[in-house]
Design a protein around this ligand. Structure first.
Ligand SMILES: [Zn+2]
Length: 292
């Protein structure tokens, strides 16, 4: 499953050519960078590209973006430094695939970056890990949530959309995630509050596609809960993405998260999510799944 085109590799292969061609120019933070997306035959792909602070449309295989969204100017050495990787969402034949566009400090030497995505990528028969069919995941509140529940959930979706390849959006169409809130406390046999629950609901064992998932949230007023960070909500969203529990007191997927344990989303989950949803080699160290 790892016969995928690496952008790093493409940029690397093009360096000798581009360096000769562009070395006359001094690339500046106020300049723009053009990204082009095509297959091996040169046929353009359309879609969207997400940088840290902006999402732009890729039209006829092209998108031009001001360098200030991609880099910051480092005064210590007068060089442009990467603000982080970007994510591309490419559609063809009704299938939407997402990719990590690796952006490092060297990328700033180029004002045109050609990205070639193999046509074969769009002939997927089976995902390499259970996942939703797109990195754009729509959700819906099936029942009314109170202000605290909703504010925490929105914060959690924002945190995941900002730090991973995924984009969560409230919608009435193509809903993948169903949210239910209850206005009563849920206490388990040991007398502990259950703040929420989440898991994939329907999935296809052949294609490894999660068709939809569900999350339930219970009243939290009498329970101890995390105030500064939506740990419980991110924990349940991760369950609905098929992540299981981890017996590590520092992990957001520790079964006891919420209350006194307000762990944050860590790099292992970001790497794992990004590898699953960019169809690249799995990078899910120390992570467990609900369905395998
Ligand atoms: Zn849990």
């Amino acid at each position: 499953m790892s016969k995928k085109v690496s952008f790093g590799l493409i940029i690397f292969l093009l360096i000798p050519f581009i360096v000769i061609y562009f070395s006359e120019f001094e690339i500046d933070i106020t300049d723009s960078t053009k990204f082009t997306f095509s297959d091996e035959q040169g046929l353009p792909y359309d879609g969207e590209i997400k940088f840290k602070d902006i999402t732009l449309e890729i039209k006829n295989g092209e998108v031009i973006i001001n360098n200030s969204y991609i880099y910051y100017f480092d005064v210590s050495d007068n060089l442009l430094k990467s603000k982080g990787d970007a994510y591309a969402y490419i559609s063809r034949d009704n299938l939407s695939l997402s990719y990590t566009v690796f952006i490092d400090d060297n990328t700033s030497n180029f004002n045109e970056i050609p990205i070639i995505i193999s046509e074969d990528d769009f002939k997927i028969e089976k995902y390499n890990q259970f996942r939703y069919n797109s990195a754009n995941i729509n959700y819906k509140y099936d029942s009314e949530c109170n202000w605290v529940q909703k504010t925490n959930l929105e914060k959690a979706f924002e945190e995941l959309s900002d730090s991973t390849i995924l984009n969560f959006k409230e919608s009435e169409n193509d809903i993948k995630l169903h949210i239910n809130c209850f206005d009563y406390n849920n206490i388990n046999d040991e007398g502990n509050y259950i703040l929420g629950e989440g898991s994939p609901s329907y999935y296809n064992n052949q294609t490894k596609e999660i068709i939809n998932g569900t999350m339930n949230f219970y009243k939290q007023t009498e329970a101890k809960r995390c105030i500064k960070y939506p740990s419980t909500e991110i924990h349940e969203i991760l369950h609905s993405l098929n992540f299981g529990h981890i017996e590590n007191k520092n992990s957001i997927m520790h079964p006891g998260v919420g209350g006194n344990l307000c762990n944050e989303l860590s790099e292992e989950f970001i790497d794992c999510i990004n590898s699953i949803y960019s169809n690249s080699e799995l990078n899910c160290k120390d992570i467990t799944f609900i369905i395998n």
